[in-house]
Design a protein around this ligand. Structure first.
Ligand code: NAD
Ligand code: LMR
Length: 342
């Protein structure tokens, strides 16, 4: 059932859903950073969801035109634009899912952590507004460095007294999307059948694809494991370099984020068979946050799938131990950032 929901079933529903113009549910979604490279195509994909009745777009610039443009698509979601601090509260009112891709992207030569100084403050202030206006919403954090921005969001929500660890998600879906694509290509499998869990975090070696847990079951040579793992870990950098200064992944990210939004909405709508990988508060390892497969339900994270981390290969065990110090440091950096603020 897990595999079915994760690949075939989810993808079929995604495909089918885009053929409908009749609303099937009436959830309200907000995108903060909606005029950006990710925000625009993500807003378009969410506008195509039959589960969405209202789509609120917020950015500090250029959001009016994006909303006007999108609003002409004859799909049910009602599009509204919001800009500036004063309009943020109205944007977030009664929202069920808030997606945050606001912040600066990498340029060649940068790590995701190099974005911390700018993006930490952006995420902090946006999550403060979420805490004040829609504390019950699912919060999807895309802004990098995700390994630190999710702990930042958690601390902000704690300070506001509204932290619900089941509803805070770091979006790592793109790592799974990439792993599925690269493995299907390498092994000449039908894409729709392939499901590779990716655990850990979302930066360099903290991204750990568990190739031994690939469904359908496939065997890899040691060289293939090494090559595929490194390709998946560096896929973001591959795009940053190809874009040569014009930003990082936007289209594949929008696709991945839309999949995660759709999965969340299906869970909210009562589907009891929704599984995705996500970076969440977790006790699968000794680290307070960790990406792994989770079951999503009406109230958020219903279960963290611990079995994925059992029976790992020696290569995966070593990689798991190797990633922990870096992930731990990124988590602590995020937590300390919030506590050092005046
Ligand atoms: P972008 O620069 O094209 O867009 C960012 C948008 O955020 C801009 O429109 C900007 O005006 C807006 N913004 C900035 N400050 C804001 C604020 N305080 N409130 C609201 N909006 C604000 O960048 P992008 O390519 O869309 O990337 C956005 C972020 O997503 C980056 O941090 C990037 O590293 C990250 N990212 C994450 C993943 C992932 O897998 N999680 C993948 C790709 C990119
Ligand atoms: C990605 O994985 O594509 C994103 O995290 C953006 C980046 O900086 O690589």
């Amino acid at each position: 059932a897990i595999r079915q929901s994760f690949s075939t079933r989810a993808q079929k529903q995604e495909r089918d859903s885009w053929n409908y113009v009749q609303p099937q549910a009436s959830y309200k979604v907000a995108v903060l950073g909606a005029a950006g490279g990710i925000g625009q195509p993500l807003a378009l994909l969410i506008k195509m969801s039959p589960l969405v009745s209202a789509l609120n777009l917020y950015d500090i610039a250029n959001v009016k035109g994006v909303a006007a443009d999108l609003s002409h698509c004859n799909t049910p979601a009602q599009v509204s634009d919001f800009t500036g601090d004063k309009e943020l509260a109205s944007c977030l009112k009664d929202v069920n899912v808030v997606v945050i891709p606001a912040g600066v992207p990498r340029k060649p030569g940068m790590t995701r952590d190099d974005l911390f100084n700018i993006n930490a403050s952006i995420v902090k202030s946006l999550v403060e507004a979420v805490a004040d206006n829609c504390p019950d919403a699912f919060i999807h954090i895309i802004s990098n460095p995700v390994n630190s921005t999710v702990p930042i969001a958690a601390e902000v929500l704690k300070q506001k007294g509204v932290y619900n660890p089941k509803k805070l998600f770091g979006v790592t879906t793109l790592d799974v999307v990439r792993a599925n694509t690269f493995v299907a290509q390498q092994k000449k499998l039908r894409l729709i059948d392939v499901d590779v869990p990716v655990v850990g975090g979302h930066a360099g070696i903290t991204i750990l694809p568990l190739l031994s847990k690939t469904k359908p079951s496939v065997t890899f040579t040691d060289e293939e494991v090494q090559e595929l793992t490194v390709r998946i870990q560096n896929a973001g950098t591959e795009v940053v370099e190809a874009k040569a200064g014009a930003g990082s992944a936007t289209l594949s990210m929008a696709y991945a984020a839309a999949r995660f939004v759709e999965s969340s909405l299906r869970a909210l709508d009562g589907d009891s068979d929704v599984y995705e990988c996500s970076y969440v508060q977790s006790d699968v390892t000794e680290l307070p946050f960790f990406a792994s497969r989770i079951k999503i339900g009406k109230d958020g994270v219903e279960a963290v799938i611990k079995s994925d981390l059992q029976g790992l290969t020696e290569y995966e065990e070593k990689a798991l131990e190797a990633l922990k110090p870096e992930l731990k440091a990124s988590i602590e950096k995020g937590i300390n950032f919030v506590h050092k603020q005046p």
